[in-house]
Design a protein around this ligand. Structure first.
Ligand code: NAD
Length: 358
């Protein structure tokens, strides 16, 4: 059956990198039997400029109908002064919540060819491959009550609530167990159960779920220790599952172990496996329009889309392998350059991946 992919390239370098990702999809269609139909829709500042709304109703409707969304990046200084609801970022947040994308998959992987880019010693991070599964639509970012006011003593105060119900934990837990099963069969659940009731529930539910996945080894770790272990010995982790707040912080820390933001893809999935796939980086206004942006995060996002929404893990492997081959040949965009490598433009890097796939 033909899968529908919506390309929302957005602002800044978004259109440049999405163009290369689409070339990769086209090559998979023409040479490897991938059966997809592509469509495009406006989002972010580009949508605001055209239609006065960072997520116009037509774009949202198209995203709802798609099997997967390939998202570039949004934002830029020209839109920073707008009221919050009109800003590009609001379009992205609304899209995530309207599509009920509760599972955020953030791989932190480092091709051995780029081990020098990390702030850690190459031996500690070379071939690093961690998958952080973060709950994205619950927890303290959404818990009620939340607000601020003035207390009886006349001092300003503010409050948020970290709340999960067991169904929310079960659905992210299942997703994480399944991902761990398809990887190396090790899942580490991160919480703060020594202090927080909500974390104790998280831990209890994860432990109960483990009975359904006897082939996955479940361990638990407190979040403060997890932060320490991530920089001390990151290769001990395979798949990590955690709540919204802890995942927000740990996934950024893990991403930075790799030192190359232009290489990192991500996915956000809903209950039916539909998802949105996007590079971790933003719209990089400082380099937009210069043809120097690294398209590999967007191209690796296509690989995640193939694996998690289109059921084509075989093609995902091919794309990831092609990226490794391009790096082996010494091709580098400016952000991942070193002395012995050959500088490639956005388009040259995309073209190299397409050539490898053929
Ligand atoms: P950024 O990720 O856009 O850029 C940070 C640095 O990384 C910059 O020096 C940039 O040149 C570099 N960089 C980013 N992507 C690169 C690539 N593909 N190749 C080479 N270098 C790359 O973060 P920022 O500067 O903090 O934010 C810029 C804009 O992006 C802001 O408007 C912000 O709100 C937005 N943003 C959007 C998203 C998103 O769309 N999901 C995420 C983060 C930031």
């Amino acid at each position: 059956m033909t899968s529908r992919i919506l390309v929302m390239s957005g602002d800044g370098v978004g259109p440049e990198i999405c163009r290369e990702a689409v070339r990769v999809l086209d090559a998979l269609v023409s040479d490897h039997g991938l059966d997809v139909e592509l469509d495009e829709a406006l989002v972010g500042g580009a949508a605001y400029d055209a239609e006065g709304d960072p997520l116009p109703p037509t774009s949202l409707a198209a995203a709802r109908e798609a099997d997967a969304v390939l998202f570039g990046a949004i934002g830029g200084p020209q839109w920073d002064g707008l009221p919050r609801a009109s800003r590009p970022e609001s379009g992205l947040l609304r899209l995530r919540s309207e599509l009920d994308l509760f599972a955020n998959l953030r791989p932190a992987m480092l091709y051995p060819q780029l081990a020098h880019a990390s702030a850690l010693k190459p031996a500690m991070v070379s071939a690093l491959d961690i998958m952080i599964v973060r709950e994205l639509t619950g927890g303290i970012y959404f818990g009620k009550p939340a607000g601020n006011g003035v207390n009886e003593a006349g001092r300003r105060e503010a409050w948020n609530t970290m709340r999960y119900d067991e169904d929310e934990i079960v659905r992210i837990g299942r997703r994480a167990f399944e991902i761990a099963r398809a990887r190396n069969g090790r899942l580490c659940s991160v919480d703060k159960a020594n202090v927080l009731d909500v974390s104790q529930l998280w831990r209890d539910v994860m432990t109960e779920l483990a009975a359904e996945y006897p082939d996955v080894e479940l361990t638990h770790m407190y979040v403060d220790n997890a932060a320490m272990q991530l920089v001390r010995a990151p290769k001990q982790f395979d798949t990590v599952v955690t709540g919204n707040l802890f995942g927000d912080i740990l996934s950024d820390a893990a991403a930075m172990l790799t030192g190359s933001i232009g290489m990192l893809p991500s996915a956000a999935l809903n209950a039916t496996g539909r998802g949105m796939y996007e590079p971790v980086h933003g719209s990089a206004p400082d380099i937009a329009g210069q043809g120097v942006a690294n398209p590999l995060a967007a191209i690796l996002s296509v690989a995640m889309m193939l694996r998690y929404s289109l059921n084509r893990g075989d093609l995902a492997d091919r794309v990831e392998h092609a990226v490794g081959q391009a790096l082996d040949r010494g091709l580098r965009t400016r952000d991942i350059m070193d002395d012995e490598t050959q500088i490639a433009s956005t388009q040259e890097m995309g073209g190299a991946i397409v050539d490898m796939l053929r």
